[in-house]
Design a protein around this ligand. Structure first.
Ligand SMILES: *Cc1c(COP(=O)(O)O)cnc(C)c1O
Length: 385
């Protein structure tokens, strides 16, 4: 960026890191001359959305001349009904990242303190910094889990906003019910809790995964003056709609949703996105089947990787995951391994943050994609990189 342009910017903006969205399939095809791509970098659902979505989108072109419902009324009502919320407590975003941005714009001023951890979902750090907030980054335990003691101690220092992904992206670790109860006991008045459950539909199959919404509601009901909170979920992962951009939040108070409405772009969720999300939501069985399959495949993939660790790739370490991806420590620099995977048409996400340059995150794909990934690692280990 040129200095002349910088002079126009708010001081918070030029130092922000660009969001690391990874390479597109077309870019990999063009650069490496491979035709078959295994997309294992973005935690997408390889089975896509319910067939009901295609039916809902089919006659949309005829309606494209009209603005969408600015309040996503039908979708909010449907989400409220199934989650036990009031429609006024539900906010819909152009992806849940849109809601993260609204929260930061509505809540954070320069100097406010935000608590999250590293490595984490990039926007949990980038959006607060965009508003001039100070972001405290907690570290993982040596076993690649949440450091619950450190979280409780940091909460006691009274950050204004807490961004907690449960389970974590990229690690896949989770706060279980006991951990979450300890966390809640440490939340001081004046701290707003954002629980990002982007992988909720996968994680709820993991033993011990807490019903955070129920725990938060009970906590709120049990005390006067409890802090507000919001739970974020998305249609991008389990529901197979990443391309259409729909996320939702369930807030402790309708007043918080009204606050977000002040900063929300009025037509933030387009016509196709609302129709598709509503159709997908109506076919929960399809989603549940895809999720169950992915969870099984995740365990199979982890077992195959552990077999590599016990044979050709000593030092390979796999973090336990409650989500649709695995965070893998290669025990050696990730960049050359990533290049060798790309040359075979396999896209994963190499981690770049300090201390994690030996890690990659691999999404659980189809059986064929997962097998290609394992086979490729075996070849790379054998020096056929
Ligand atoms: C994928 C992801 C999101 C973003 O989801 P969108 O709804 O596509 O914006 C949010 N948080 C976490 C932790 C994620 O991994």
């Amino acid at each position: 960026m040129s200095a002349a342009i910088h002079a126009f910017a708010r001081p918070e903006v030029p130092p922000l890191p660009p969001y690391n969205a990874g390479l597109s399939s077309d870019a990999v095809r063009a650069r490496y001359g491979v035709s078959e791509i295994a997309r294992l970098a973005s935690n997408e659902n390889p089975y896509g959305p319910s067939p009901a979505v295609a039916r809902a989108l089919v006659d949309l072109a005829a309606r494209a001349g009209t603005y969408p419902d600015a309040n996503s009324t039908a979708l909010r009502a449907a989400i409220a009904q199934r989650t036990g919320a009031q429609p006024g407590e539900v906010v819909i975003g152009n992806g849940s990242e849109d809601i993260l941005q609204m929260l930061c714009q509505a809540l954070l001023s320069p100097g406010d303190r935000v608590l999250t951890q590293r490595p984490a979902f990039g926007l949990h750090e980038i959006y607060p910094r965009m508003m001039g907030a100070q972001v405290e980054l907690l570290t993982l335990t040596p076993e690649l889990g949440f450091d619950v003691d450190a979280w409780c101690a940091a909460l006691a220092r009274g950050p204004k906003v807490v961004m907690l992904a449960n389970p974590s992206n990229p690690v896949g670790c989770m706060f279980d019910a006991a951990d979450f109860a300890r966390l809640l006991a440490a939340v001081p008045a004046g701290t707003l809790l954002v629980v990002d459950e982007a992988y909720y539909e996968y994680a709820r199959l993991a033993p011990g995964y807490p019903d955070v919404l129920a725990l938060l509601r009970a906590w709120q009901a049990a005390g006067e003056g409890r802090s507000p909170w919001i739970v974020l979920r998305t249609f991008s992962k389990a529901w197979g709609l990443a391309g259409l951009r729909v996320g939702y939040g369930i807030a402790s108070d309708a007043a918080l949703v009204q606050l977000l409405d002040r900063v929300r772009t009025p037509f933030n969720v387009n016509l196709a996105a609302q129709a598709a999300a509503l159709a997908a939501w109506g076919d929960e069985a399809f989603m549940a089947q895809a999720v169950a399959r992915t969870v099984q495949q995740r365990e199979a993939l982890a077992a195959q990787l552990r077999a590599l660790a016990g044979s050709v790739w000593p030092g390979l370490r796999i973090a336990p995951s409650a989500a649709n991806f695995l965070f893998v420590d290669l025990g050696r620099a990730n960049a050359p391994v990533n290049e060798a995977l790309l040359a075979r048409g396999i896209i994963v996400k190499p981690w770049k943050e300090p201390g994690f340059e030996t890690f990659i995150r691999v999404s659980v794909g189809t059986d064929a994609d997962n097998a290609r990934f394992v086979q490729a690692l075996a070849e790379i280990a054998g020096g056929q990189g």
